[in-house]
Design a protein around this ligand. Structure first.
Ligand code: NAD
Length: 253
């Protein structure tokens, strides 16, 4: 733990779920550079989390399995214990399953339940747990901010599997519903990435070729591209209920 006793000189405190790898790590580093104290989190990889927390200026790491309700409560409790406030919640942690869309039998109830729990129920529950702190943050002049990391698969009929795409579509709708319910104290937005270069997608050769050939930007996103989109939404004083499609323009072609 590398926690200062106060956040007086900081923009506030940001909790980024799934932040020891991939997109979440880039978001945590970006918000840290912008002046936020950061609560890092992952399901496993505790050593990486602790090393990252030591490296960033003001950061703590908490381990929690977001498929478990008790672990979500533990995460929020530890996040609040670090600095006694929370200004930004980034629901980045998520899971995917690759199943051809035509293979209906492979998309079992167990797959549906697992993806729904981690990709939809957990983000909702974390917002519910964070609500009092985010409303409190608004009293200091800036609305609390939630950013959900969804997917272009939740916007267009695409994606690693139907259960994954539907879970991200649910997360997009959840974003809009919560924006209506929680404003003006709390703004709720989503970033919907297309293909992002992470270890998870390193061997997705067909998708990479598609992006090179058809996306106006001729490449997949980097994790930093997605972190930039998140930082823009966090920096706003006004945007809420937006689902920011970040696919290099592929949807236009
Ligand atoms: P990643 O595997 O590097 O990160 C996923 C993170 O989620 C990990 O830190 C992991 O610990 C966490 N996580 C998963 N299940 C969890 C659980 N039960 N409890 C706690 N934490 C859990 O992958 P990534 O590509 O960086 O994905 C980050 C987000 O971006 C996900 O929501 C993913 O759906 C979304 N996304 C990724 C891409 C892409 O191309 N990589 C595209 C669109 C959307």
């Amino acid at each position: 733990m590398n926690a200062p006793s106060t956040t007086d000189n900081m923009l506030g405190v940001a909790l980024v779920t799934g932040s020891t790898s991939g997109i979440g790590a880039a978001i945590a580093r970006r918000l840290s550079r912008e002046g936020y104290a950061v609560v890092l989190h992952s399901r496993s990889s505790a050593d990486t989390g602790r090393a990252m927390a030591a490296e960033l200026k003001h950061a703590v790491y908490v381990q929690a399995d977001l498929a478990l309700e008790a672990d979500r409560v533990h995460l929020m409790h530890e996040a609040m214990a670090a600095w006694g406030r929370l200004d930004v919640l980034v629901n980045n942690a998520g899971i995917s399953k690759v199943i051809p869309h035509a293979d209906l039998a492979a998309a079992t109830s167990a797959v549906w339940h697992e993806l729904h729990e981690v990709n939809v129920v957990a983000p909702f529950h974390l917002v519910a747990l964070a609500e009092p702190a985010l409303r409190e943050a608004a009293k200091s002049g800036r609305a609390g901010s939630v950013v959900n990391i969804s997917s272009h698969a939740g916007v267009r009929p695409k994606g690693a599997s139907i259960p994954y795409a539907v879970s991200k579509a649910s997360l997009n709708h959840l974003t809009r519903l919560l924006a209506v319910s929680l404003g003006p104290d709390i703004r709720v937005n989503a970033v919907a990435p297309g293909l992002v270069d992470t270890p998870l997608t390193a061997d997705w050769k067909d998708a990479q070729a598609l992006w090179r050939a058809r996306a106006p930007m001729h490449r997949a996103a980097s994790p930093d591209d997605i972190a930039h989109a998140v930082a823009m939404l966090v920096a706003s004083d006004y945007l809420t209920g937006e689902v920011l499609l970040s696919d290099g323009g592929l949807n236009l072609t």
